[in-house]
Design a protein around this ligand. Sequence first.
Ligand SMILES: [Zn+2]
Length: 135
Amino acid sequence: MSYTVDKSDEQWRAELSPEQYAVLREAATERPWTGELLDEERAGLYTCAACGAELFKSGTKFDSHCGWPSFYESIRPEAVELIEDNSHGMVRTEVRCASCGSHLGHVFPDGFGTPTGDRYCMNSLALDFTPESPA
Ligand SMILES: [Zn+2]
């Protein structure tokens, strides 16, 4: 798979904080209930912290009580790449940014009560949030 944004490991290391690098480029998971965007409730747009691609809209964010920012769908199906992940003895679906291939989190089919039934469980560190400017 080739991505629109293609940077070397050295470039990513130089541009990202060590914590962001661990999540985005090494698929680490931030500790639950620690993410800055967990309680973000303003209207706005969530973008990839690595490349700035648009990923989620605030209207699809919901309170999943799992400790990570959760969304029931991405802004466009092609904005994210879904990959089967068999690490840690589990079968999960990894979610990556389709523009740069950075790890964002996982998607689970347990978004109960949401329009899609999906729960995109994202790392705050993998996302940037831009609030809508007041009209
Ligand atoms: Zn990206």
